[in-house]
Design a protein. Structure first.
Length: 290
């Protein structure tokens, strides 16, 4: 077990676009049992598009979209960008009393009406009856679309469906990781049915969905409490506490600076093949040392 060979391993990783912080990170990477992936921007491309708009109670599609986009102008979430883009060219009303509700959605007032925009939990917590949207919502989530609900003055007004395809090489990279012997987990704030649909496509073993931003680190802790050695692979600001909690944090290149600062390993290219390359190499390096 020479420190020399580990140092060489760190150097070799850099050659294929994987930055390993130090020898300790590579050593820890060789003992992992479980890999936890963020969904949006890690397994998927991270650029969702609005593909469905359904309205309820007589509001027009364009009015619903204007309301939604007016709120989303104040958000940096990937879903927000998609909704604003869909409303491009339209004049958006001004929003008062804007608030971000972390892991749920947004609220704000337009011309004296109160708007709520976000997931089912947000709508339920505010006592809005969204039964009219249930059938369509179940249909879209089963296809892997993320539902975003709009309520206007406490009445359900619209359901948007947003789709964010898997990165084209995610399936192949996860196959390699299975062959290397890891258990694969998805961790996301998204709808559980949407998450399961995408996990099935990707070949993920276990889904932990509907998790609030501050619950992601706790989810990692729970896996560790069961004796698993856990890596977290993520890109987002929301993932930083989970990256820090994991035995090994792996940041996707092109993600947030916070993720890169927190992570032991950084992928320079936005491909999960980098994870497979790094872990195969850590296994080989440490095997050679025994
Ligand atoms: P993740 O990055 O894992 O999807 P987040 O905590 O960022 O998790 O978001 C969880 C869920 O909260 C989203 O899937 C969405 O349903 C809802 N949400 C969060 N922000 C917004 C937003 N700006 N607009 C609409 N929905 C949102
Ligand atoms: Mg994310």
């Amino acid at each position: 077990a020479t420190p020399m060979s580990i140092t060489a391993g760190v150097g070799r990783a850099a050659e294929f676009g994987v930055l390993v912080r130090d020898a300790d990170a590579l050593q820890k990477a060789s003992t992992l049992s479980t890999l936890v992936f963020d969904k949006t921007g890690t397994l998927t491309e991270g650029q969702p598009k609005v593909t469905d708009i359904h309205t309820f109670g007589g509001i027009s599609e364009s009015e619903a979209l204007r309301f939604a986009a007016a709120l989303e102008q104040g958000s940096h979430h990937p879903l927000a960008q998609a909704i604003v883009e869909k409303a491009q060219g339209q004049t958006l009303p001004e929003v008062q009393n804007f608030r971000t509700l972390g892991g749920l959605g947004l609220r704000g007032d337009v011309d004296g009406t109160t708007l709520l925009l976000g997931n089912q939990a947000l709508i339920q917590e505010n006592g809005v009856d969204a039964q009219a949207a249930d059938g369509l919502l179940n249909e879209m989530t089963e296809q892997g679309a993320t539902p975003v609900l709009l309520a206007v003055d406490g009445q359900i007004a619209a359901l948007f469906g947003l789709r964010d395809p898997l990165r084209e090489d995610s399936i192949g990279a996860l196959q390699r990781l299975h062959q290397l012997g890891y258990r694969l987990v998805m961790l996301t704030g998204d709808n559980p049915r949407t998450a399961q649909a995408i996990a099935t496509q990707a070949g993920i073993d276990t889904v932990i969905a509907g998790v609030r931003p501050d619950g992601k680190a706790d989810a990692i802790k729970a896996l560790q409490a069961k004796g698993q050695q856990v890596a977290m692979i993520g890109d987002g600001i929301n993932d930083a506490p989970a990256l820090a909690q994991a035995d090994v944090g792996i940041a996707m290149g092109g993600g947030s600076d916070v993720a890169i600062e927190t992570a032991a390993i950084t992928l320079m290219r936005p491909s999960l093949h980098g994870v497979a390359d790094a872990l195969a190499m850590s296994q080989a390096t440490l095997r050679n040392m025994k």
